[in-house]
Design a binder for this molecule. Structure first.
Ligand SMILES: [Zn+2]
Ligand SMILES: [Zn+2]
Ligand SMILES: [Zn+2]
Ligand SMILES: [Zn+2]
Length: 254
């Protein structure tokens, strides 16, 4: 039986299904990956998603590891844009007792550290607009970006299920989240002015205000499972109530 190519797809990191050609470990398409040390050692350097434990795929074109399950992205210290990293490290740090997540790089490579290396987390505001010409949805939220002080890698988590307004985030195309938020260190935020970076103080504070205003529109009711009602308080205005309420019509206390 022919040996399988050990190369991966440049754009997605998926393993190549073709057989290797001749004496090479690669097929004819992936022959150029022969000199890429990262790919030669893929089998040895297996990183796992810090959020769901899935094996991360190395995406050669973007020089980063990505999780197929949650769309999270891991960027090494070397591949990371330094200006973007500096803005991330200036974001509010999130300290959560007992919820420390281990660095995906350090937990694999025992040369880097002995013992557990938790990621430091920074809260980043974001806005995401998904859709076409006529229908689109805009979502707001805050995500925790992880950074390892030992190896310098940065973990960008995938999109949450619901946004800050309680809206379910529609299914995104592969890499859409990363691309839209330019979380991979390419800076900028699509649709925003050139040079403006999503993690800059200016954008963070305007995003925070927008998020707070959509959050404030929501009914304050929380069910027994801890899930917040995602009806808008504005629905209640239709019922010509003179009193302002923090709840939707259904959850308004009498
Ligand atoms: Zn191949
Ligand atoms: Zn994941
Ligand atoms: Zn690390
Ligand atoms: Zn409600």
């Amino acid at each position: 039986m022919a040996k399988k190519c050990i190369g991966v797809r440049e754009d997605s990191g998926e393993p190549c299904p073709r057989p290797a050609s001749g004496d090479s470990d690669f097929c004819w398409v992936h022959k150029q990956q022969e000199r890429d040390m990262k790919i030669l050692y893929l089998q040895d350097d297996v990183y796992h998603c810090p959020d769901d434990g899935q094996k991360l795929l190395y995406v050669p074109r973007r020089k980063e590891h990505a999780c197929r399950m949650c769309q999270g992205v891991l960027q090494s210290a070397k591949a990371m844009d330094q200006v973007v990293l500096e803005s991330i490290l200036a974001l509010p740090e999130v300290i959560e007792e007992g919820l420390a997540v281990e660095c995906p790089t350090c937990s694999t490579d025992s040369d880097l550290s002995d013992g557990e290396v938790p990621l430091s987390n920074f809260a980043a505001e974001w806005q995401l607009t998904v859709g076409g010409k006529y229908t689109f949805s805009t979502y707001y939220g805050v995500s925790k970006i992880g950074h390892c002080k030992v190896c310098g890698c940065t973990w960008f988590p995938g999109p949450p299920e619901f946004d800050a307004a309680g809206k379910k985030i529609r299914k995104l195309r592969r890499f859409e989240w990363t691309r839209r938020l330019a979380l991979g260190g390419r800076g900028g935020f699509l649709g925003f002015g050139e040079g403006d970076r999503i993690f800059s103080k200016r954008w963070q504070s305007s995003l925070r205000e927008e998020r707070k205003s959509v959050e404030a529109m929501r009914c304050q009711h929380v069910d027994s499972n801890g899930k917040r009602c995602n009806k808008s308080k504005a629905d209640e205005q239709k019922w010509k109530s003179k009193k302002t309420s923090d709840y939707c019509y259904r959850h308004r206390p009498n």
